[in-house]
Design a protein around this ligand. Structure first.
Ligand code: F6P
Length: 463
């Protein structure tokens, strides 16, 4: 059996008392099942990091090989080019793009360091799976060093329309580098189509079938692989959460009011400022709803060194204060906003308790929270999902109330529609959403990608 090598920017190194969530669990299960190694950044910063070899450890059948970043690399490669340039670019938010040449140089050199440190660990029977926008050049770097094993790349973010790519310094180089992989995976058919359009128009690749391109004599398969959750497992977690103290306290504090719920990282792509504005517009447009609802938003702080994230935090703090001060009453706080994350079972329980899931990113590769909200519901009395039509998940969950995350009136009307929706319509919409996720699993997502990648025979010639 071939060994799976996963490469991602951040590796959730097993630590006492820390349990990874979401995609980290999926990749770990995949590695444990196939036997393999996870290579990447261990999340630490140290001035000597660039001179230290990878740290190796094994836990629960998975090998981990991790490196640190220097403070300069963290500033320029991670905070800088990855999260201040590429992240907003991939999400088509040009107003958030910040670009510095020295940050691009650091991005290249960290990718080279990933490559140099990974090379001696590779075996002839490996299958290499690279993840996400931090590592766009890595497949090409590995090829340049003679790596002939199958290489796959999966992009967790959206892939932008070709014009957006023009705002990327070296956009053409990134496309050519990605085309050195054997299999490229995207979240939605639109992302795949955007990539194919850009690769053919800007990098000279040629389409040779529904799911394949040829580039400088090398065949690259391209496909859509929407990331999934484990719906049955999440449903059980949500059901079991009813007895948690946190749940009892939240439920008691609502005093019979309807619960609107959202949970995200505090990130400019999540549309939190517009979401709050939509909620405020709802209270303004439908004043009879005063005192009838409570909106609980969890927005765990993230990437706090990035300027646009700091600006968002300041803006939200101002907005939250204003909303509660202007709309609140002596015995009613319309909005509860928490920046501390909560344990997964508690969040699952909050979702089940919620009458309305309010998830309105400006753009999102997938948005697993939306799928989790559906899985968490009581099928007999489900809550209503309000979802941004610009989240990848909206392609599957099209029976949710889909909204424009920039249109405050649209969001206000959607909240009112959810408030008055009949139980029969709630069940019908929920059933349709559930049907689109119920037969899939996160592990199935990983295996469907790997099955194709493992079949890749032809090694790419040197770049
Ligand atoms: O969605 C992209 C992603 O990189 C996820 O894989 C990750 O969970 C999240 O963003 C936060 O990433 P980080 O804290 O490593 O920047």
């Amino acid at each position: 059996m071939k060994r799976l090598v996963i490469v991602s920017n951040r590796v959730p190194v097993p630590k006492e008392g820390l349990r990874p969530g979401g995609l980290a669990v999926v990749l770990k299960d995949l590695l444990a099942r196939k036997g393999g190694m996870w290579f990447g950044w261990n999340g630490t910063c140290h001035p000597d990091a660039a001179h230290l070899p990878p740290a190796l450890q094994k836990a629960e059948g998975v090998e981990y090989a991790t490196i640190g970043l220097t403070p300069a690399e963290h500033r320029n490669y991670y905070t800088g080019f990855s999260n201040s340039t590429l992240w907003p670019l991939m999400h088509s938010l040009p107003e958030h793009i910040h670009f510095e040449r020295r940050e691009l140089a650091s991005y290249w050199s960290v990718n080279e360091r990933f490559c140099e440190n990974l090379l001696p660990l590779l075996r002839a029977d490996d299958v290499i799976w690279i993840h996400d926008y931090h590592l766009l050049p890595l497949a090409a770097l590995l090829r340049r060093h003679g790596v002939r094993q199958p290489i796959g790349f999966f992009l967790h973010t959206p892939f932008p329309a070709p014009d957006m790519l023009a705002t990327a310094p070296d956009g053409g180089t990134f496309l050519r580098d990605l085309l050195r992989a054997d299999l490229l995976g995207f979240q939605t058919a639109d992302d795949t189509a955007n990539f194919i359009f850009a690769a053919t128009r800007k990098a000279g690749a040629v389409v040779i079938g529904d799911d394949a391109l040829t580039f400088e004599g090398h065949t690259v398969r391209v496909g859509t692989f929407p990331v999934e959750i484990d719906p049955t497992r999440f449903a059980a977690t949500a059901r079991d959460a009813a007895d948690l103290e946190d749940l009892r306290r939240l439920s008691g504090s609502l005093a019979g009011r309807r619960l609107v719920f959202g949970v995200d990282r505090m990130d400019p792509t999540k549309g939190l400022d517009h979401r709050l504005a939509g909620y405020e517009r709802f209270l303004e447009t439908y004043p009879q709803r005063e005192r009838q609802v409570t909106f609980l938003q969890i927005a765990a702080e993230s990437r706090t060194d990035v300027a646009s994230y700091q600006a968002l935090r300041n803006k939200l703090e101002h907005q939250i204060g204003q909303l509660n001060a202007h709309r609140g009453q002596a015995d009613w706080t319309p909005l509860r906003f928490l920046t501390r994350g909560s344990p997964r079972p508690t969040v699952a329980g909050y979702m089940r308790l919620a009458d309305i899931g309010y998830i309105t990113p400006l753009r999102d590769g997938m948005n697993l929270v939306a799928k989790e909200f559906i899985a968490a519901q009581d099928p007999e009395n489900p809550g209503v999902l309000i979802l941004s039509r610009l989240a990848g998940a909206a392609k599957q969950l099209d029976a949710a109330i889909l909204v424009n995350p920039l249109d405050h009136d649209d969001m206000a009307d959607a909240l009112e529609r959810a408030m008055v929706m009949s139980a029969a319509e709630r069940r019908e919409r929920w059933q349709s959403c559930w049907n689109s996720i119920a037969s899939r699993t996160a592990l199935g997502w990983g295996l469907s990608f790997l099955n194709i990648l493992e079949g890749a025979k032809q090694a790419c010639p040197p770049a």
